[in-house]
Design a protein around this ligand. Structure first.
Ligand SMILES: [Zn+2]
Ligand SMILES: [Zn+2]
Length: 318
């Protein structure tokens, strides 16, 4: 099973500014001079081995969208943030061979989780079937509202694809195109839902836009069971611990530190920090990643859990 992150940013798409690119170039040149890269060394090797990710890369700007590729003939997608546009472009440019059946799972209806849908090109093709799964009573209404005449030039019922809204219930087990699927209600303004996908002995959890308060310290906290033994947990770590506990308490998001603790307690193999705060630049996100790895060593010495931080275009093979 392959998990690809098409949108990792929380709340709002952001851009990388000219000043940030200039900073990256200056950092790269400073390190290159120190390493005497001007003397004909292999540039790619230099980038891979000497430059940190925040200098040579970027965590990206797109809002939430994650693809699950289980090798089958259908598409499985979590959320339709702006990243879903890049997924559509990839499907078309690479002439992917799958059937045009798109199973789209919507965690909740906040704008950053549905705003990419009007730009999802397969929705404009009569050969496509798009199954939109969700848990909110206003699932269908929100998609229609987003594309009413005041908001977007093309209305939802003008799209050529066959679009089926499928309302599910949390705490129930479903079989969806070969996946064992279940969901849990999460603490977030207007509620959100975390997803658990199981297939071929692999467990993938998508849990974004969720706040875990003091009750998460209890041994029987429901999410410990829901996250149990996941091969990969994608986790809302929008804030750093101090922010999450103080000025942004009750805003509906969690921190990297809470993510490390819950994932480790649940026996998760890989933790991917997600829903990156739009106010954090690449260097800050790089520091959040390092801080999380240091914290795991302190919280659970000898732990084998791997910690990633999401970026647009990141592929994680399970
Ligand atoms: Zn969000
Ligand atoms: Zn939200």
């Amino acid at each position: 099973m392959n998990i690809k992150i098409w949108g990792s940013r929380g709340s709002l798409p952001i851009s990388v500014t000219a000043d940030e690119v200039r900073y990256k170039i200056k950092e790269a040149l400073a390190i290159a001079c120190k390493e005497q890269i001007c003397k004909g060394a292999d540039v790619d090797k230099f980038i891979d081995e000497k430059l940190p990710f925040y200098v040579w890369g970027s965590y990206g700007s797109n809002t939430s969208c994650v693809e699950i590729d289980d090798g089958s003939d259908e598409y499985f997608i979590c959320d339709a943030g702006s990243g879903i546009r890049d997924l559509a472009v990839d499907i078309i440019e690479n002439k992917r061979k799958k059937n045009r059946i798109f199973n789209l799972f919507i965690s909740h209806l906040h704008w950053d989780h549905i705003q990419g849908f009007p730009f999802f090109l397969p929705a404009y093709s009569k050969d496509s079937v798009i199954n939109i799964y969700g848990f909110h009573d206003t699932l269908e209404e929100s998609f229609f509202y987003q594309q009413n005449t005041n908001n977007f030039p093309v209305q939802l019922n003008q799209l050529s694809a066959q679009i089926n809204f499928k309302k599910l219930k949390p705490d129930q087990q479903y079989d969806i195109s070969g996946f064992k699927f279940s969901a849990i209600k999460q603490e977030h303004p207007g509620d959100s839902y975390g997803f658990r996908f199981e297939k071929n002995d692999k467990i993938f959890i998508y849990s974004t836009d969720a706040e875990h308060g003091e009750e998460s310290e209890k041994a029987n906290y429901a999410f410990i069971d829901f996250f149990k033994n996941a091969d990969l947990l994608i986790f809302d770590a929008q804030y750093r611990y101090q922010e999450a506990m103080n000025e942004k308490k009750n805003w509906g998001h969690s921190s990297n530190i809470v993510g490390v603790e819950l994932a480790e307690r649940a026996g998760v193999k890989r933790l991917c920090l997600f829903h990156n705060e739009p106010g954090y630049n690449d260097k800050v996100l790089f520091e959040v990643h390092k801080e999380s790895e240091r914290y795991l060593k302190h919280f659970s010495p000898g732990s084998k859990m791997q910690i990633y931080i999401a970026y647009d275009g990141y592929n994680i093979e399970l």
